[in-house]
Write a protein that binds this ligand. Structure first.
Ligand code: NAP
Length: 324
C-alpha cells in the first residue's frame, strides 16, 4: 500500500527526508537469515514505490559493499529523487568489524562508497562510531573537508556520547545524529535529544522495531536459528523476552482499533516523539517495508496515544544497548 509522502528537513540543509527510511543492513544477510539478492533488490524498489525517499547504508553493510552496490542497482535511475546516507569508519577484517576513524581511511572509504553507489555525491555521510584511538576532532576535520569538496552534502555522527557530539560539532557542521531508539529504549530523550533539538540537528534513529520484535510477528515460543543475530541481545532472551511479549499483547488491540498493524502503530508513535526526525526500518522482503511505510502519513488519536503510554508504564524500560 503506498502512503501519502511526508517530508521533514534534514538538519539545516535543503534536503527533505521521509520520516520512515529504509535501513539497508538486513539486505546483506550478515545477521538476518533467508536473505537473497532478488528479494533484497525488490525490497529497495518497494520502499521507493511506497513513498520512502531516504535510504541508510554504510561502508561495512556487506563484507564487500553489497548494500551500497544494491542501492545503485535498484535505485540508480531514481538517484535525484532519493537521499542516500552512508557511513565510514568501520570495516571488516577476517569476519570482525574494526573501527578506524583516521582521516586517510575516511577519505578512501568515501571514494569507495561513491564508486559502489555509482554517484558523484553522498547526501549524508556519517562517522559510524568514534574511534577510541583517534581524536574525534581529527575524524570530524576529515569529514568537514569532504563536505567542502562537495563529496558529501551533509555530515552526521552515530553512536556517540553527548561530549563527543559537542567536540565533533565544534569542528564540522553536523546535520544529523544517529542513535538507537525505540519504545523500550528511550534514554536519548534526556541524554542527547535536547542538545540536538536546540541546534536543529536531525535525529535519525535505528532499531525503531528493535530488530523486528516490535512488529509483533515473532511468537512467544519462537526459536531463533543459530545464525540469527538477535540471539545475542537481552531483549530476545529470558525474562525480558516474556515482558516484551506481554507488552505486545497490550499493543495488538490498540493497533486493531486504529485499523493498523503493530509495526505501523509502533513506527507512527516513534516518528511523532519530539525531536525524532526519521526512523530507520530494516527489511529484507517487500511486504515488510510496505508495512513499515504505513507508519507514516497518519496521526493517532489522543486516546490511542494514552493507551500506549499506559502499556509502556506497565512494561517499564528495557535493558538498553546499541549496536557498536
Ligand atoms: N548506526 C548504527 O550503528 C546502526 C546500527 C544498527 C542499525 N542501523 C541502521 O538502522 C537500520 C535498522 O536496524 P536493523 O535493520 O538492524 O533492525 P530493525 O529495523 O529493527 O529490524 C529489521 C528486521 O525486522 C524484521 N522486520 C522489519 N519490518 C518488519 C515487519 N513489518 N514485519 C515483520 N518483521 C519485520 C525483519 O527481520 P526478520 O524478517 O528476520 O524477522 C527485518 O530484517 C539498519 O538497517 C541500519 O540502516 C544503524
Amino acid at each position: 500500500m503506498s502512503t501519502t509522502p511526508e517530508y521533514r528537513p534534514l538538519g539545516q540543509t535543503e534536503m527533505r527526508i521521509t520520516p520512515i527510511a529504509m535501513g539497508c543492513w538486513p539486505i546483506t544477510g550478515i545477521t538476518s537469515i533467508d536473505v537473497n539478492e532478488t528479494d533484497s533488490l525488490a525490497t529497495l524498489t518497494a520502499a521507493f514505490e511506497s513513498g520512502i525517499n531516504f535510504f541508510d547504508t554504510a561502508f561495512c553493510y556487506g563484507y564487500d559493499g553489497e548494500s551500497e552496490r544494491m542501492i545503485a542497482r535498484a535505485l540508480g535511475s531514481h538517484r535525484d529523487q532519493i537521499v542516500i546516507a552512508t557511513k565510514g569508519g568501520i570495516h571488516w577484517e577476517q569476519g570482525r568489524q574494526m573501527r578506524d576513524g583516521r582521516p586517510d581511511t575516511l577519505r578512501s572509504q568515501c571514494e569507495e562508497s561513491l564508486r559502489r553507489l555509482q554517484t558523484d555525491r553522498i547526501d549524508l555521510l556519517y562517522l559510524h562510531a568514534p574511534d577510541p584511538q583517534v581524536p574525534i576532532t581529527e575524524s570530524a576535520a576529515a569529514l568537514r573537508d569532504l563536505l567542502t569538496a562537495g563529496k558529501a552534502r551533509a555530515i552526521g555522527l552515530s553512536n556517540a556520547t553527548p561530549q563527543q557530539l559537542q567536540e565533533f560539532a565544534e569542528v564540522c557542521p553536523l546535520a544529523a545524529y544517529q542513535p538507537h531508539y525505540n519504545m523500550l529504549q528511550r534514554e536519548i530523550e534526556t541524554s542527547h535529544l535536547p542538545w540536538c533539538r536546540e541546534r536543529n540537528i536531525s535525529v535519525i534513529v535505528y532499531w525503531p522495531l528493535m530488530k523486528g520484535l516490535l512488529a509483533g510477528h515473532l511468537p512467544r515460543n519462537h526459536e531463533f536459528a543459530e545464525r540469527d543475530g538477535r540471539r545475542k541481545y537481552p531483549m530476545f532472551r529470558g525474562e525480558e523476552w516474556h515482558k516484551n511479549q506481554d507488552f505486545l499483547e497490550q499493543l495488538r488491540p490498540i493497533a486493531a482499533n486504529a485499523g493498523k498493524s503493530v509495526a505501523e502503530l509502533v513506527l507512527n508513535w516513534t516518528i511523532h516523539q519530539p525531536g525524532i526526525t526519521s526512523a530507520l526500518c530494516g527489511a529484507k522482503r517487500p511486504d515488510q517495508i510496505r508495512d513499515n511505510a504505513g507508519g507514516m502519513g497518519w496521526t493517532m488519536t489522543p486516546e490511542q496515544v494514552s493507551r500506549i503510554e499506559q502499556a509502556l508504564l506497565a512494561r517499564g524500560p528495557a535493558v538498553s544497548r546499541g549496536a557498536v
